[in-house]
Design a protein around this ligand. Structure first.
Ligand code: ZN
Length: 154
């Protein structure tokens, strides 16, 4: 007997699980993780607040939060995860194929390489992109994604 694929409906991204944006800093992710881990920690299950998930669901949630944090806290794992996520969405969402030259350096934003999306949001190029790497960058406001092919090392 099967209860069906209930878990499929809970398949949220690690960012959704940690309730942060895709462009959240490590510090933002850490704070959110600490808050959520406390809320869903198995030891806290005896005294749930009203309206809060209890029992197994809470334990499952704690496992998901922990898994998400262990990936997103590692810059390298996070990038791999991002790329996987975006590749899955590629066919629907890749909006443009760009190079670094299409991005502008914005000193006010901490010297990041930015490109304005047509929605008014920004594509933000990760600082440690490897030369010759092809990555996917998502808009911080909407669901559009651009592919960025960086120049090979000279
Ligand atoms: Zn956008």
């Amino acid at each position: 007997m099967s209860r069906g694929s209930e878990t499929d409906s809970h398949r949220l991204s690690f960012y959704d699980v940690l309730e942060v944006s895709r462009t959240a800093t490590l510090e933002e992710i850490r704070r959110s993780y600490q808050t959520l881990a406390l809320r869903y920690h198995p030891d806290k299950r005896k005294a749930p607040e009203r309206g809060e998930a209890v029992g197994d669901e809470s334990a499952d949630q704690f496992i998901r939060i922990d898994e998400a944090w262990k990936t997103l806290r590692e810059e390298r794992l996070r990038r791999i995860y991002d790329a996987e996520q975006m590749q899955q969405a590629e066919e629907c969402f890749v909006n443009e194929i760009l190079t670094e030259a299409d991005f502008e350096r914005d000193a006010e934003q901490g010297d990041m390489l930015l490109r304005t999306c047509r929605c008014g949001g920004y594509y933000i190029l990760p600082e440690d992109v490897q030369p010759g790497e092809s990555i996917y960058v998502s808009c911080d406001e909407c669901s559009l994604i651009v592919q960025v092919n960086t120049a090979p090392q000279r």
